[in-house]
Design a protein around this ligand. Structure first.
Ligand code: CMP
Length: 139
């Protein structure tokens, strides 16, 4: 079925001017960018977005990093968009990511791994709503 998922291009990638190359990977895989904006989160906003990880040892490092520079938030739409996006991103740790995936090509470490994507329909819905109003989604 057609799905939507929330994607973030992280500060390590915007810093290296990789937004276009990453977007090309999504579009080549048949994902449509139906909303997109560049923003610079505060640490508190990053903390709210990643609150499910609040008890993890890397939470402080993660939220400091996500507030360290601009990100690009986007909504990707397509057939099985959630799984397809995760395929195109590759494994969380770039050392485990398959060749040709975004993280294999661009990520610097498990923390600075260039992209985030929602992991399930319910989280996709919540994460899209965190960044976008309904009017901003142009399918
Ligand atoms: P993401 O898909 O954005 O969801 C949570 C993030 O936590 C994950 O990608 C990683 O970037 C980050 N993360 C996971 N494990 C570690 C770790 N051991 N050290 C730092 N960051 C991590």
């Amino acid at each position: 079925a057609t799905q939507r998922t929330l994607s973030l291009i992280k500060p390590d990638a915007t810093r290296r001017n990789l937004t276009g190359k990453i977007n090309a990977k999504f579009e080549d895989a048949g994902l449509r960018i139906v909303a997109q904006k560049r923003l610079h989160l505060t640490k508190a906003q990053a903390g709210e977005f990643y609150k499910v990880h609040a008890e993890r040892p890397f939470y402080d490092e993660l939220t400091t990093f996500m507030a360290s520079g601009p990100i690009v938030a986007q909504v990707l739409e397509g057939e099985d968009a959630i799984a397809k996006n995760r395929e195109v991103m590759g494994a969380t740790n770039p050392a485990d990511a398959e060749a040709g995936t975004i993280r294999a090509e661009f990520a610097e470490s498990v923390g600075e791994n260039s992209v985030h994507g929602s992991d399930a329909p319910e989280t996709a819905k919540e994460e899209i709503a965190y960044f976008f109003a309904g009017l901003e989604l142009v399918g």
